[in-house]
Design a protein around this ligand. Structure first.
Ligand code: PEP
Ligand code: MN
Length: 347
């Protein structure tokens, strides 16, 4: 569902009070009221713009004083940044992808959250840069243990840095956040299409996958009043009006409520080949049914991915598999691929 409450949008980094105010004003004129802005920027290499820090917090504070209904969010990477951002009146923070990989940093942020103890503060947790689900899960556990309620936590999927990426800057390995959602069904999942895409021209297709296929709860999007001249992540930022148009299109489509000469060895190999043929037949038959399910869902405004159905199906398969002596990880990884294909076909 898209009602602008679940869209956090704004510049990659806050570059001046003028530009920040201009972008935020344009966004708020379009109805957006959750603004993001980078205060401290984690840069892979030294020498780039690293954010204005406390100065940017002053601008946020000034902006908020003139716009009571606007909420502002920024990334924090340690206890001190969280403390300063909170003092400046920030409504929500997120732990960035480079911080989620570091349990020490996450723990000190969690300890500070416990100390601040504000029931209204929203805490986003991006996936770690590498495809390690347990680091993401661990960060969520630390934040939960700090007393932040599930409803205030947002898991943010921004793709993974892998050795060979496809056309995107960060690979959207969809089954990893899917697994996180089965572990934490009550924690909201937002998509960060900007850092996955790395290019504004792919933002729409990522949003479409997230909302119309995987039924995500919201998005955090990079948006700038003058993207071509942005100081960070220029290529992936949209103008406020582009963002609005893309979101309108994506949600308009979201009516869709996938011993060589040993005769003994030969005999086993023949048996395996026969089984493989049967498995292929079954996979084909399964996909044919998935297509029918896809048509039915489309006709009835249902989305291809349905969280509850997927969790019960997986649980049952694992239980039946274990009865046959097949281990959980094996079954789980096979069915994740089968299910992913089924969702793709349904889409
Ligand atoms: C950002 O949101 O600007 C950012 C640095 O993101 P990530 O932590 O996903 O790289
Ligand atoms: Mn960025």
């Amino acid at each position: 569902m898209y009602n602008k409450d679940n869209i956090i949008i704004g510049p990659c980094s806050i570059e001046s009070s003028d530009r920040f105010f201009k972008t935020a004003e344009q966004l708020s004129d379009l109805g957006f009221h959750n603004i993001r802005g980078g205060v401290w920027k984690p840069r892979t290499k030294p020498g780039g713009f690293e954010g204005f820090g406390e100065l940017a917090l002053d601008w946020i504070n000034k902006y908020k004083r003139g716009n009571f209904h606007t909420k502002v969010f920024c990334e924090v990477a340690n206890a001190n940044q969280l403390f300063l951002a909170y003092q400046a009146g920030i409504d929500g923070i997120w732990i960035g992808a480079r911080t989620t990989v570091d349990p020490f940093a996450v723990q000190e942020i969690a300890d500070t959250l416990a100390m601040i103890d504000d029931p209204k503060l929203i805490v986003g947790i991006k996936n770690p840069v590498c495809p390690d689900l347990d680091l993401w899960d661990g960060a969520i556990q630390r934040v939960l243990k700090a007393g932040i309620p599930e409803e205030n936590i947002i898991a943010m999927f921004r793709g993974f840095k892998v050795y060979k990426t496809s056309k995107y800057r960060n690979e959207p390995i969809w089954r990893i956040p899917l697994e996180l959602r089965t572990r934490y069904p009550n924690i909201k999942m937002y998509i960060d299409p900007s850092h996955i895409a790395g290019d504004s021209k792919y933002v729409e297709e990522i949003l479409d996958m997230a909302f119309n296929v995987y039924d995500y709860d919201g998005a955090i999007i990079e948006c700038h009043c003058d993207p071509n001249n942005a100081w960070t992540d220029a290529k992936q930022q949209l103008t406020p009006s582009e963002a609005k148009e893309i979101l309108d299109r994506v949600f308009q489509e979201s009516k869709i409520a996938t011993n060589n000469d040993s005769t003994e060895l030969d005999m086993y190999r023949e048996a395996v080949d026969e089984i493989d043929d049967t498995m292929l037949e079954l996979l084909e038959a399964r996909l044919d049914i998935s297509k029918k399910i896809g048509e039915y869902k489309k006709a009835n405004n249902l989305k291809p991915f349905q969280k509850d159905r997927w969790s019960t199906l997986l649980e049952k398969i694992i239980e039946n598999g274990e009865k046959r002596g097949l281990d959980k990880e094996y079954i789980e990884s096979i069915w994740e691929i089968i299910h992913e294909k089924s969702i793709e076909v349904q889409k």
